[in-house]
Every structure is written in C-alpha cells, then in structure tokens.
Ligand binder design. Structure first.
Ligand code: HAM
Length: 418
C-alpha cells in the first residue's frame, strides 16, 4: 500500500526549519510587545458568513479559495483564509472596543486558501497578523506600517519596497467605481476573461490584474486621487507625512487595490525582489466598515499580515541570521548495561537544572553512544567504576580533557561551564 502523503499545497515544517520559524515568531512577539500589541489566540474555523460578508462576496478568496464544509450539525464552516475578520469578530463579541476604547491585538497561525501552489504560495500558510481597532486617525495607519517595517528590519530583510495607495471610502468610491466602469467599457476587447467578469461586480480589481494587456489599459485608467473625497484625501496626506517623518521611503501605486474588499482609505504592501511572482511579504490597510459589515457598530480598524513562509524564503535567500541553532550541551553515556539506569537519572537531574542533556534509550553500544555526541560540549560517562565511586567521568568534548567529578558536584560543574 502506498504511503499517504500530505495534501498538495501543504508542507511539513521539520526540525531543520522549525527553529528558524521560532526565531521569526519570537522576533515578532518582541516587536509587537515594543509597539504595545497584545497577543490573542482565535479559532481556526469560523462561520462562513464571517468571511463572505467580511472579506467580500466578489473577492477571489470567497468566490473560489475557501475551505468550506458543513459540520455535523449542518452549519457552514470555513477554515480561516485570513485573520482580520476573526479579530474584528472577537473584538466585537468580547466588547474590547466599547465607549471609544481601542484595542491593539496580534496573533499568528495557519491560514487556508485553495490557490494554485507555487513558490511562496501554499494552501496552508502562516501569517503574523496585527490589528489596531477603534482609532480612525492616520496616526494608527502610520504605526501599523512602521510596525511592519520594524519587524522586517529586526529580521534583517533587505531590499524591500513599501507600496501605498488610498482606495477611498463608501462616500467617494462609488463615484470612482462608475468612472472606472465607463472607462473599461471602452476597452473591453483588451481585457482578459476574468476582468470582463469583474467589470460590473468589482471593477477596482481590474486595476491590479497581472495580465499584460489589462495592465496597459489599467495604466491609463482614471486616477483614484482625482476622485477621493476631502476626508480621504486629507487622511492619505497625513499617512504620507507620518511615514516621511519617520524617515521611510515608499512608492505610490494608484493601481494597488488588494484582494480583500474591506479596505477603505489606506492600502499597502511590502514587496521583495527575492520572491518571484508572489512578491508580497506583507500587506494591510484600513478597514473602517468591516465591523459594521459583520453586524457590529462602526469600529474603525487598520492592520497588516505578513506571510511567514515568504519571510522565511527571503531570509534564506538573503543569508539572514536566525540566531544560534538550539543544541544539546551534554551527552550522558553508559559504559556497560549496568549503568543505563544511573545514566537516565543523571540526565533527568541535568534537565531539571535547565541543562540541555541527552542519553541513549535504545540500547546502543558505548562506542555508538560516543559517536552520537554531535555538537555537545560535554560527555558524562558512567560505568561500573563510577557507580562504585559515586562519581562521573566528565569529558570536555572541545579540548578532549577528561576529569572524574563527584556525582553530587557534577550538575554544578557542568552548569558553570555551559
Ligand atoms: P493578504 O495580502 O491576503 O492580506 O495576505 C497577507 C500576506 O500573507 C501576503 O502578503 C503574503 O505574504 C501572505 N500570503 C497570502 N496568501 C498566501 C499563500 N497562499 N501562501 C503563502 N503566503 C501567503 C490579508 O490576509 C489581510 N488579512 C491583511 C490585513 C490585516 N489587512 C488588514 N489587516
């Protein structure tokens, strides 16, 4: 019978990689703390309407990428394709933003989208996500963008590009939408099939179509900046001023729309040249109507998510440091079968004292045990002599010197040397 493999688009994060993941998550955790964000753990599945209403019926995510199924109670459930809708739901459900209060929340974990797998694109992928809820002013947008940039700075990522845009609000977007429909109607023969279907339903998405011909048409489309209402125009100017004050450079891209319908005003992405076609390491923006679209009051919000899988690829490609690979410091070896019990006792004693220690439990010969010491700093050897003398032979594996240490002193001896 053939072995059952993992589903397409998923992958196993094995020990050779998992410690690097831990490094990235720890760095995120520290950065979030420094920016005043608190960690939350939210469900991986939610009611399907949270995403259809929150992310938007006409988005690719809701139309064709969600893992949706009926549970045993007949309710439609979806594996989260992104984190924002869930964070907003949790904020409303737990009254975190009542009476003008704001909440700064972050989380990380797996997301699920049924996309065509390729480099940097998986069906189960991981995001680090941060959301700031309850603040309408541009200062929150600047804080979120600076948080993204700071996280990547700490991780050592180079050659990133910050791209920003304003996608307007419920007051000015309908006017812009109409202008776009009129413009694209006149260029129907140059649009790809997907964009033809977007024409009436979501014409803004035509702007960021990757198809070359659509791109040419989109380049000459009416400019969103000419349609922004005063409030959106001022907000965008404030965001730009704030970024400049912090010394960040960015590129304006009037065609940046992003694939989620909840955005209002600011939308941004951080791009890397080291990723091929899936070049966004992070994306985010403001979503002032998301809370009301899922049945809550109007709670403004702004946030971002970065793809851990993609950050990992870029860090590997750029030779970034992941810190030190965790290693066991001490190998405790049994010289003869009679000391195997004592070896396990000493190993546990060391571990209780926060010393990373390893011993053989599979019955390996002494020679094989000594081959398994790997990058350990010390080998503690216990044979019948050591048991009789209540001692341990401690070999420093760096200089090869061996000493006999009283059993009761060995933990302190090692502790002061690792
Ligand atoms: P998004 O642009 O869909 O935004 O995803 C954010 C990041 O997740 C992307 O820039 C990319 O790094 C990573 N990503 C997305 N799809 C995949 C995939 N299939 N495989 C690997 N990585 C992927 C959001 O999800 C929004 N919720 C961000 C946000 C938070 N906006 C406001 N708050």
């Amino acid at each position: 019978m053939a072995i059952i493999n993992a589903p397409r688009g998923t992958r196993d994060i094995l020990p050779s990689e998992s410690w690097k993941w831990a490094y990235i998550i720890n760095m995120a955790s520290q950065t979030m703390k420094d920016f005043g964000f608190s960690e939350v753990h939210l469900p991986i599945f939610e009611h399907t309407e949270l995403f259809s209403r929150g992310v938007g019926e006409t988005t690719d995510i809701v139309e064709k990428e969600m893992y949706t199924f009926n549970d045993r109670g007949g309710r439609s459930i979806t594996l989260r394709p992104e984190a924002t809708a869930g964070v907003v739901r949790a904020t409303l459900e737990n009254n975190l933003c009542v009476q003008g209060a704001s909440a700064k929340l972050w989380s990380w974990g797996p997301m699920f989208r049924h996309e065509r797998p390729q480099k940097g694109r998986y069906r189960q992928f991981y995001q680090i996500d941060a959301e700031c809820l309850g603040i309408a002013g541009a200062g929150a947008d600047v804080e979120i963008i600076s948080l993204t940039i700071e996280l990547f700075r700490r991780l050592g990522l180079k050659n990133l590009e910050v791209v920003i845009n304003s996608v307007g609000c419920e007051k000015c977007r309908p006017v812009y939408r109409q202008k776009l429909i009129e413009y694209f109607e006149g260029h129907k023969d140059e649009l790809c099939e997907t964009c033809l279907t977007r024409l009436d339903r979501n014409p803004l998405r035509i702007l960021d179509c990757k198809n070359e011909s659509c791109g040419h048409v989109a380049d000459n489309a009416p400019d969103i900046y000419d349609s922004l209402c005063d409030e959106c125009r001022e907000h965008f100017a404030e965001v730009r001023k704030g970024l400049e004050r912090l010394g960040f450079s960015y590129r304006l891209n009037k065609r940046l729309v992003r694939g989620l319908d909840y955005y209002t005003k600011t939308a941004y992405e951080i791009l890397s040249g080291d990723l091929g076609s899936q070049n966004a390491v992070a994306g985010g923006g403001r979503y002032d109507n998301l809370a009301s679209s899922i049945g809550g009051p109007k709670v403004p919000g702004v946030g971002f998510a970065c793809g851990v899988d993609r950050v990992m690829i870029v860090m590997e490609e750029q030779g970034c440091s992941f810190g030190k690979m965790p290693a066991v410091d001490v190998y405790v070896a049994a010289l003869g079968d009679d000391s195997r019990g004592a070896v396990q006792v000493l190993t546990y004693e060391l571990r209780k004292n926060n010393i990373a220690a390893e011993c053989d439990t599979s019955g390996k010969s002494f020679k094989a045990q000594m081959k398994a010491v790997g990058s350990c700093k010390f080998a503690c050897i216990i044979g019948t002599d050591e048991i009789a003398n209540h001692s341990v032979s401690v070999k420093n594996l760096q200089d090869g010197l061996q000493e006999t240490i009283a059993y009761d002193d060995v933990t302190e001896y090692i502790k002061s040397r690792v």
